[in-house]
Design a protein around this ligand. Structure first.
Ligand code: TXA
Ligand code: MG
Length: 336
Protein backbone atom coordinates (compact mmCIF):
# COMPACT_ATOMS: atom_id res chain seq x y z
CA UNK A 1 0.00 0.00 0.00
CA UNK A 2 1.05 3.60 -0.45
CA UNK A 3 1.74 5.38 2.84
CA UNK A 4 0.37 8.94 2.61
CA UNK A 5 2.54 11.72 4.03
CA UNK A 6 0.22 14.13 5.87
CA UNK A 7 1.00 17.56 7.31
CA UNK A 8 0.35 18.24 11.00
CA UNK A 9 -2.16 21.00 10.16
CA UNK A 10 -5.96 21.06 10.06
CA UNK A 11 -6.12 19.48 6.60
CA UNK A 12 -3.72 16.67 7.48
CA UNK A 13 -5.45 15.92 10.78
CA UNK A 14 -8.87 15.81 9.07
CA UNK A 15 -7.56 13.40 6.43
CA UNK A 16 -5.99 11.21 9.13
CA UNK A 17 -9.26 11.19 11.12
CA UNK A 18 -11.18 9.99 8.03
CA UNK A 19 -8.71 7.12 7.54
CA UNK A 20 -9.10 6.12 11.20
CA UNK A 21 -12.91 6.22 11.02
CA UNK A 22 -12.70 3.82 8.06
CA UNK A 23 -10.59 1.36 10.16
CA UNK A 24 -7.26 2.44 8.64
CA UNK A 25 -3.99 2.89 10.56
CA UNK A 26 -2.06 6.17 10.90
CA UNK A 27 1.25 7.03 12.60
CA UNK A 28 0.83 10.11 14.83
CA UNK A 29 3.22 12.17 16.93
CA UNK A 30 2.96 12.12 20.70
CA UNK A 31 5.19 13.79 23.29
CA UNK A 32 6.80 10.40 24.10
CA UNK A 33 7.32 8.54 20.79
CA UNK A 34 5.36 8.29 17.52
CA UNK A 35 2.34 5.97 17.88
CA UNK A 36 0.63 3.77 15.29
CA UNK A 37 -3.01 4.71 15.82
CA UNK A 38 -6.21 2.77 15.12
CA UNK A 39 -9.79 2.92 16.39
CA UNK A 40 -9.88 1.31 19.84
CA UNK A 41 -13.45 0.17 19.07
CA UNK A 42 -12.51 -1.91 16.03
CA UNK A 43 -10.97 -5.39 16.07
CA UNK A 44 -10.50 -5.03 12.29
CA UNK A 45 -8.37 -1.89 12.67
CA UNK A 46 -6.39 -3.34 15.60
CA UNK A 47 -5.56 -6.47 13.60
CA UNK A 48 -3.89 -4.19 11.01
CA UNK A 49 -1.72 -2.60 13.72
CA UNK A 50 -0.46 -5.97 14.97
CA UNK A 51 0.26 -7.09 11.44
CA UNK A 52 2.04 -3.87 10.29
CA UNK A 53 4.35 -3.97 13.33
CA UNK A 54 4.81 -7.74 13.41
CA UNK A 55 3.74 -7.51 17.05
CA UNK A 56 3.13 -10.63 19.18
CA UNK A 57 -0.64 -11.08 19.61
CA UNK A 58 -0.42 -11.35 23.40
CA UNK A 59 1.03 -7.84 23.87
CA UNK A 60 -1.79 -5.35 24.60
CA UNK A 61 -1.98 -1.74 23.34
CA UNK A 62 -2.40 1.64 25.06
CA UNK A 63 -5.62 3.61 24.41
CA UNK A 64 -5.26 7.39 23.94
CA UNK A 65 -8.03 9.86 24.85
CA UNK A 66 -8.40 13.60 24.21
CA UNK A 67 -10.50 14.56 27.24
CA UNK A 68 -11.98 13.17 30.44
CA UNK A 69 -15.40 12.64 28.82
CA UNK A 70 -13.95 9.99 26.54
CA UNK A 71 -12.69 8.04 29.53
CA UNK A 72 -16.09 6.52 30.36
CA UNK A 73 -16.12 4.65 27.06
CA UNK A 74 -12.65 3.21 27.72
CA UNK A 75 -12.53 2.08 31.36
CA UNK A 76 -15.04 0.20 33.52
CA UNK A 77 -13.96 1.98 36.72
CA UNK A 78 -11.97 5.11 37.56
CA UNK A 79 -10.94 4.86 41.23
CA UNK A 80 -9.99 7.81 43.45
CA UNK A 81 -6.23 7.22 43.06
CA UNK A 82 -6.61 7.33 39.28
CA UNK A 83 -8.42 10.67 39.56
CA UNK A 84 -5.57 12.15 41.59
CA UNK A 85 -2.98 10.85 39.13
CA UNK A 86 -4.98 12.22 36.18
CA UNK A 87 -5.24 15.64 37.82
CA UNK A 88 -1.51 15.72 38.46
CA UNK A 89 -0.09 14.14 35.30
CA UNK A 90 -2.66 14.36 32.45
CA UNK A 91 -2.35 15.38 29.76
CA UNK A 92 1.12 13.81 29.76
CA UNK A 93 3.29 10.68 29.64
CA UNK A 94 1.49 8.54 32.25
CA UNK A 95 -0.48 5.40 31.34
CA UNK A 96 -2.81 3.75 33.85
CA UNK A 97 -3.97 0.13 33.67
CA UNK A 98 -7.60 -0.12 34.84
CA UNK A 99 -10.63 -2.43 34.40
CA UNK A 100 -11.60 -2.43 30.72
CA UNK A 101 -14.79 -0.80 29.44
CA UNK A 102 -17.13 -2.91 27.28
CA UNK A 103 -16.85 -0.85 24.10
CA UNK A 104 -13.09 -1.34 23.73
CA UNK A 105 -12.23 -4.07 21.23
CA UNK A 106 -11.01 -7.25 22.92
CA UNK A 107 -7.82 -7.37 20.81
CA UNK A 108 -6.68 -3.98 22.24
CA UNK A 109 -6.14 -5.70 25.59
CA UNK A 110 -5.06 -8.99 24.04
CA UNK A 111 -8.00 -10.62 25.83
CA UNK A 112 -7.13 -9.24 29.33
CA UNK A 113 -9.88 -7.79 31.55
CA UNK A 114 -7.87 -4.57 31.94
CA UNK A 115 -7.02 -1.71 29.58
CA UNK A 116 -4.12 0.75 29.51
CA UNK A 117 -5.14 4.40 28.99
CA UNK A 118 -3.43 7.77 28.72
CA UNK A 119 -4.19 11.35 27.64
CA UNK A 120 -1.24 12.60 25.57
CA UNK A 121 -0.14 16.23 25.84
CA UNK A 122 0.93 16.50 22.18
CA UNK A 123 -1.62 18.90 20.56
CA UNK A 124 -1.62 17.08 17.19
CA UNK A 125 -2.44 13.74 18.84
CA UNK A 126 -5.18 15.29 20.97
CA UNK A 127 -6.72 17.09 17.99
CA UNK A 128 -6.69 13.89 15.94
CA UNK A 129 -8.52 11.99 18.68
CA UNK A 130 -11.02 14.85 19.08
CA UNK A 131 -11.73 15.28 15.35
CA UNK A 132 -12.07 11.52 14.80
CA UNK A 133 -14.28 11.24 17.91
CA UNK A 134 -12.56 7.93 18.67
CA UNK A 135 -10.27 6.74 21.44
CA UNK A 136 -7.13 5.59 19.61
CA UNK A 137 -5.17 2.46 20.44
CA UNK A 138 -1.55 3.18 19.60
CA UNK A 139 1.60 1.20 20.23
CA UNK A 140 4.92 2.76 19.28
CA UNK A 141 5.11 3.11 15.47
CA UNK A 142 8.17 0.90 14.92
CA UNK A 143 8.65 -2.65 13.72
CA UNK A 144 8.30 -4.88 16.76
CA UNK A 145 11.71 -5.28 18.44
CA UNK A 146 13.42 -2.22 16.93
CA UNK A 147 13.98 1.10 18.78
CA UNK A 148 10.83 3.21 19.18
CA UNK A 149 10.49 6.13 16.70
CA UNK A 150 11.17 9.64 17.99
CA UNK A 151 10.86 11.31 14.56
CA UNK A 152 8.62 10.65 11.57
CA UNK A 153 11.72 9.65 9.60
CA UNK A 154 12.11 6.63 11.93
CA UNK A 155 8.47 5.72 11.25
CA UNK A 156 9.04 5.84 7.50
CA UNK A 157 12.20 3.71 7.79
CA UNK A 158 10.27 0.97 9.59
CA UNK A 159 6.72 1.14 8.23
CA UNK A 160 6.64 2.76 4.77
CA UNK A 161 4.24 0.76 2.60
CA UNK A 162 2.76 -1.06 5.64
CA UNK A 163 0.46 1.69 7.01
CA UNK A 164 -2.10 4.06 5.48
CA UNK A 165 -0.51 7.35 6.51
CA UNK A 166 2.05 9.13 8.65
CA UNK A 167 1.61 12.61 10.11
CA UNK A 168 4.87 14.49 9.59
CA UNK A 169 5.33 16.46 12.80
CA UNK A 170 8.26 17.42 15.00
CA UNK A 171 10.62 15.33 17.11
CA UNK A 172 9.21 13.85 20.31
CA UNK A 173 10.11 15.92 23.36
CA UNK A 174 10.38 13.09 25.89
CA UNK A 175 11.85 10.43 23.60
CA UNK A 176 10.89 7.39 25.74
CA UNK A 177 7.48 5.72 26.02
CA UNK A 178 5.10 6.66 28.83
CA UNK A 179 5.31 5.43 32.41
CA UNK A 180 2.86 2.50 32.86
CA UNK A 181 1.30 1.98 36.30
CA UNK A 182 -1.26 -0.71 37.06
CA UNK A 183 -4.05 0.38 39.39
CA UNK A 184 -5.80 -2.93 38.75
CA UNK A 185 -3.13 -4.61 40.90
CA UNK A 186 -3.10 -4.46 44.73
CA UNK A 187 -0.90 -2.74 45.74
CA UNK A 188 -0.48 -0.60 42.58
CA UNK A 189 2.48 -1.62 40.45
CA UNK A 190 4.93 0.26 38.22
CA UNK A 191 5.12 -1.85 35.06
CA UNK A 192 7.25 0.44 32.87
CA UNK A 193 9.29 3.44 34.09
CA UNK A 194 9.17 6.68 32.10
CA UNK A 195 9.39 10.46 32.29
CA UNK A 196 6.88 10.51 35.19
CA UNK A 197 9.16 8.95 37.79
CA UNK A 198 8.58 6.31 40.48
CA UNK A 199 9.46 9.01 43.03
CA UNK A 200 6.68 11.29 41.67
CA UNK A 201 4.16 8.43 41.69
CA UNK A 202 5.04 7.48 45.27
CA UNK A 203 3.91 10.91 46.44
CA UNK A 204 0.39 9.81 45.44
CA UNK A 205 0.80 6.03 45.93
CA UNK A 206 3.17 5.48 48.89
CA UNK A 207 2.78 1.68 48.64
CA UNK A 208 3.68 1.53 44.91
CA UNK A 209 5.59 -1.64 44.01
CA UNK A 210 8.21 -1.62 41.24
CA UNK A 211 7.65 -4.69 39.10
CA UNK A 212 10.60 -7.10 39.02
CA UNK A 213 10.64 -7.01 35.21
CA UNK A 214 11.61 -3.29 35.23
CA UNK A 215 15.27 -4.13 35.93
CA UNK A 216 15.57 -7.90 35.65
CA UNK A 217 15.10 -10.52 33.01
CA UNK A 218 12.15 -12.79 33.75
CA UNK A 219 13.07 -16.45 34.05
CA UNK A 220 11.41 -19.11 31.91
CA UNK A 221 7.90 -19.80 33.16
CA UNK A 222 7.59 -16.48 35.07
CA UNK A 223 4.52 -14.51 34.04
CA UNK A 224 4.93 -10.83 33.10
CA UNK A 225 2.46 -8.34 34.65
CA UNK A 226 3.04 -6.28 31.51
CA UNK A 227 3.42 -8.61 28.53
CA UNK A 228 5.52 -6.03 26.66
CA UNK A 229 8.30 -6.38 29.22
CA UNK A 230 8.93 -9.99 28.21
CA UNK A 231 10.24 -9.38 24.75
CA UNK A 232 13.66 -8.33 23.52
CA UNK A 233 13.10 -4.73 22.60
CA UNK A 234 14.55 -1.53 21.26
CA UNK A 235 17.44 -3.38 19.63
CA UNK A 236 19.51 -2.12 16.74
CA UNK A 237 21.13 -4.75 14.50
CA UNK A 238 24.53 -4.15 16.12
CA UNK A 239 25.07 -6.14 19.33
CA UNK A 240 24.63 -3.94 22.40
CA UNK A 241 26.29 -4.37 25.80
CA UNK A 242 25.53 -2.24 28.83
CA UNK A 243 28.66 -1.37 30.81
CA UNK A 244 28.48 -0.46 34.50
CA UNK A 245 31.69 1.39 35.34
CA UNK A 246 33.32 4.58 36.55
CA UNK A 247 34.18 7.09 33.79
CA UNK A 248 37.91 6.28 33.61
CA UNK A 249 37.24 2.52 33.55
CA UNK A 250 34.67 2.86 30.78
CA UNK A 251 37.02 4.96 28.65
CA UNK A 252 39.96 2.53 28.93
CA UNK A 253 37.64 -0.47 28.37
CA UNK A 254 36.27 0.78 25.04
CA UNK A 255 39.63 2.11 23.88
CA UNK A 256 41.16 -1.34 24.37
CA UNK A 257 38.47 -3.11 22.32
CA UNK A 258 38.34 -3.58 18.55
CA UNK A 259 35.54 -3.32 16.00
CA UNK A 260 33.35 -1.54 18.53
CA UNK A 261 31.67 1.81 19.12
CA UNK A 262 30.69 3.58 22.34
CA UNK A 263 27.59 5.37 23.51
CA UNK A 264 28.83 7.54 26.34
CA UNK A 265 28.20 10.67 28.41
CA UNK A 266 29.21 14.07 26.99
CA UNK A 267 32.00 14.41 29.57
CA UNK A 268 33.76 11.28 28.21
CA UNK A 269 33.48 11.87 24.49
CA UNK A 270 36.85 13.54 23.86
CA UNK A 271 38.85 10.74 25.48
CA UNK A 272 37.24 7.95 23.47
CA UNK A 273 39.18 6.76 20.42
CA UNK A 274 36.60 4.42 18.85
CA UNK A 275 33.52 5.71 16.96
CA UNK A 276 31.34 7.42 19.54
CA UNK A 277 27.78 8.68 20.03
CA UNK A 278 26.86 10.94 22.93
CA UNK A 279 23.87 10.18 25.15
CA UNK A 280 23.99 13.49 27.06
CA UNK A 281 25.53 14.71 30.27
CA UNK A 282 25.78 12.13 33.04
CA UNK A 283 23.45 14.10 35.30
CA UNK A 284 20.87 14.88 32.62
CA UNK A 285 18.63 11.84 32.37
CA UNK A 286 16.06 13.93 30.45
CA UNK A 287 18.57 14.59 27.66
CA UNK A 288 19.59 10.92 27.65
CA UNK A 289 15.92 9.91 27.36
CA UNK A 290 15.41 12.20 24.40
CA UNK A 291 18.51 10.99 22.54
CA UNK A 292 18.55 7.28 23.30
CA UNK A 293 16.38 5.71 20.59
CA UNK A 294 17.80 7.87 17.80
CA UNK A 295 21.33 6.86 18.87
CA UNK A 296 20.47 3.17 18.93
CA UNK A 297 19.27 3.53 15.32
CA UNK A 298 22.40 5.51 14.38
CA UNK A 299 24.67 2.88 15.86
CA UNK A 300 23.80 0.63 12.91
CA UNK A 301 25.40 3.18 10.55
CA UNK A 302 28.76 2.86 12.33
CA UNK A 303 29.25 -0.64 10.87
CA UNK A 304 30.90 -2.09 13.95
CA UNK A 305 30.27 -5.46 15.56
CA UNK A 306 29.47 -4.25 19.06
CA UNK A 307 28.37 -1.09 20.79
CA UNK A 308 29.19 -0.54 24.45
CA UNK A 309 26.83 1.78 26.30
CA UNK A 310 27.86 3.44 29.54
CA UNK A 311 25.07 2.61 31.99
CA UNK A 312 23.19 5.62 33.41
CA UNK A 313 22.10 6.10 37.01
CA UNK A 314 18.92 4.23 37.99
CA UNK A 315 17.00 6.98 39.79
CA UNK A 316 14.42 9.48 38.50
CA UNK A 317 14.12 9.45 34.70
CA UNK A 318 17.40 7.48 34.68
CA UNK A 319 15.45 4.36 35.70
CA UNK A 320 13.53 4.57 32.40
CA UNK A 321 16.72 5.07 30.36
CA UNK A 322 18.31 2.07 32.11
CA UNK A 323 15.16 -0.05 31.59
CA UNK A 324 15.22 0.52 27.81
CA UNK A 325 18.97 0.03 27.56
CA UNK A 326 19.03 -3.26 29.40
CA UNK A 327 16.42 -4.56 26.94
CA UNK A 328 18.30 -3.19 23.95
CA UNK A 329 21.26 -5.14 25.31
CA UNK A 330 19.19 -8.32 25.75
CA UNK A 331 20.17 -8.11 29.47
CA UNK A 332 23.91 -8.40 28.70
CA UNK A 333 25.62 -6.27 31.36
CA UNK A 334 29.39 -5.95 31.84
CA UNK A 335 30.36 -4.85 35.37
CA UNK A 336 33.89 -3.44 35.54
O1 TXA B 1 4.31 6.53 25.25
C1 TXA B 1 3.67 5.54 24.95
O2 TXA B 1 3.08 4.87 25.79
C2 TXA B 1 3.60 5.17 23.46
C3 TXA B 1 2.88 6.30 22.74
C4 TXA B 1 2.56 5.98 21.31
O3 TXA B 1 1.75 6.69 23.44
N1 TXA B 1 2.97 3.90 23.28
C5 TXA B 1 3.58 2.74 23.64
O4 TXA B 1 2.87 1.59 23.35
O5 TXA B 1 4.66 2.68 24.14
P1 TXA B 1 3.52 0.14 23.34
O6 TXA B 1 2.46 -0.73 22.77
O7 TXA B 1 4.80 0.15 22.63
O8 TXA B 1 3.65 -0.24 24.84
C6 TXA B 1 2.52 -0.60 25.60
C7 TXA B 1 2.96 -1.19 26.92
C8 TXA B 1 3.43 -2.63 26.73
O9 TXA B 1 4.55 -2.86 27.57
C9 TXA B 1 2.21 -3.43 27.18
O10 TXA B 1 2.54 -4.71 27.63
C10 TXA B 1 1.64 -2.54 28.27
O11 TXA B 1 1.85 -1.23 27.81
N2 TXA B 1 0.19 -2.76 28.44
C11 TXA B 1 -0.80 -2.39 27.63
N3 TXA B 1 -2.00 -2.80 28.10
C12 TXA B 1 -1.75 -3.44 29.26
C13 TXA B 1 -2.58 -4.10 30.22
N4 TXA B 1 -3.90 -4.17 30.08
N5 TXA B 1 -1.97 -4.66 31.29
C14 TXA B 1 -0.61 -4.57 31.45
N6 TXA B 1 0.22 -3.97 30.56
C15 TXA B 1 -0.34 -3.42 29.49
MG1 MG C 1 6.68 -0.35 21.81
Amino acid sequence: METLRLKDNKEGITAAAEILKADGIVAMPTETVYGLAASAYSNTAIAKVFSAKGRPQDNPLIVHISDMEMLSSVVGEFPATAKVLAQKFWPGPLTMVLPKGEKIASSVSAGLSTVAVRMPSNPVARELIRVGGLPLAAPSANLSGSPSPTSYHHVITDLDGRINAVIMSGECEVGLESTVVSLAATPPRLLRPGFITAEQLKEVIPNLVIDKAVLEELQKGEKAASPGMMYKHYSPKTEVFLVEAEKAEFISFVNSNENCAAICFSEEKDKIKVPVLTLGEEDSAEAQAKNLFGLLRESDNLKVKTVYVHAPKKDGVGLAVYNRLIRAAGFKVIKL
